[in-house]
Design a protein around this ligand. Structure first.
Ligand SMILES: [Zn+2]
Length: 130
């Protein structure tokens, strides 16, 4: 998205549906992250449960660990930049505003705080939070 956009839902029933969908997506993402983490952990320990030294990894295992780690980072980044959670605080059940400069969603309170915090003293205008 290239423009600032706010999604405001006032109807309590619609808010409940929205919040439940957000939680569902976040739980799914969390489960996916845990599966990737389990795979990476399995590679990091030998059959007797001892941590393996990185020098003992085969080339295939090294690239698999890099792939898993990269996928886990992407997974976290997708959730962090989604409308499911505020980029700045852990809020999940609030109305959100998209900031095209930060490429992230913020709850209204955080957006206003960031707008004030980043405003230039002379003009009172924030370039980063329009
Ligand atoms: Zn927030």
């Amino acid at each position: 998205m290239k423009k600032k956009r706010s999604i405001l839902i006032n109807n309590p029933q619609l808010r409940k549906i929205r919040n439940n969908l957000r939680l569902l997506l976040m739980r799914w993402a969390s489960r996916e992250w845990n599966l990737l983490n389990d795979k990476e952990t399995n590679l990091s320990y030998d059959e007797e449960g001892r941590p393996r030294h990185p020098s003992t990894y085969s080339e295939k295992e090294k690239s698999e660990r890099i792939r898993l780690s990269s996928q886990m980072d992407k997974n976290k980044e997708i959730v962090k930049n989604s409308i499911c959670v505020c980029y700045r605080c852990p809020a999940t059940g609030k109305n959100m505003t998209y900031n095209p400069i930060e490429k992230a969603w913020f709850c209204f309170q955080c957006y206003e705080e960031m707008k004030q915090w980043t405003a230039k003293k002379k003009t009172g205008i924030s370039v980063r939070f329009p």
